[in-house]
Design a protein around this ligand. Structure first.
Ligand SMILES: Cc1cc2nc3c(=O)[nH]c(=O)nc-3n(C[C@H](O)[C@H](O)[C@H](O)COP(=O)(O)O)c2cc1C
Length: 194
């Protein structure tokens, strides 16, 4: 079983990506295998032109196809998820998340758009046929701090919500294990990336 950690922020460094990495570490501690994909690393022109002949885009699409679950992290931009993430979701097939469990994460400047994951991202994930979209975690910048010395400093409530989210994701995967037992491993794909 493989969980894809999908980062939709164009920024580097990125708060939402750090929150995603934290979720990934929690999943690894639960014995789950994770693979990371940062949309910002994909070739921008191919992404914008939906160039299906581009090798990197096709590898990214295959990573999605072969994952059993996804954790998707995005910054909140203009009361919705990032345009970069939308550009990537747009190049997936209409049922591109068929059967998959998704845990959404977002970071934002304020609490103002805390429903954005539900009103903006969730309908898109559902239209891509995601099996379950788990309750998302929305954190403000003040709740996700980075310090050179201490590293990531998470507000206790956010750490608790991410912990609960990844546990629910792991439990959901366990209950679906028998369905996916025959899927090829994502690791086979990763071995072939340049
Ligand atoms: C172009 C832009 C638009 C933004 N729009 C919003 C917004 O509508 N609501 C909000 O709460 N924060 C907004 N923010 C703040 C970001 O969501 C926030 O800083 C987030 O943590 C950035 O995540 P990242 O570092 O992963 O890119 C915006 C930031 C940028 C650069």
């Amino acid at each position: 079983m493989t969980i894809l950690l999908l980062s939709g922020s164009p920024s580097l460094p990125s708060r939402s990506t750090r929150l995603l990495q934290y979720a990934g570490e929690k999943l690894n501690a639960l014995g789950q295998r994770t693979v990371s994909l940062h949309v910002r690393d994909l070739p921008a022109e191919a992404l914008m032109n939906a160039d299906f002949s581009d090798t990197e885009l096709n590898v990214a699409r295959l990573l999605i196809e072969r994952a059993d679950a996804l954790v998707i992290a995005t910054p909140i931009y203009k009361a919705a998820y990032s345009g970069l993430l939308k550009a990537f979701l747009d190049i997936l097939p209409q049922d591109g998340l068929d059967g998959k469990i998704v845990l959404p994460l977002a970071t934002a400047g304020s609490q103002s758009h805390m429903l954005a994951l539900d009103y903006a991202l969730r309908p898109v994930l559902t239209s891509l046929s995601a099996r379950h979209v788990l309750p998302g975690v929305y954190a403000t910048d003040a709740q996700v701090q980075w310090h050179e010395q201490q590293g990531l400093q998470l507000d206790a409530a956010i750490a608790q919500r991410v912990g609960a989210g990844v546990e629910l994701l792991a439990e959901s995967l366990l209950s679906l294990r028998h369905i996916y037992a025959s899927k090829p491993a994502v690791a086979e794909l990763l071995c072939c990336r340049a």
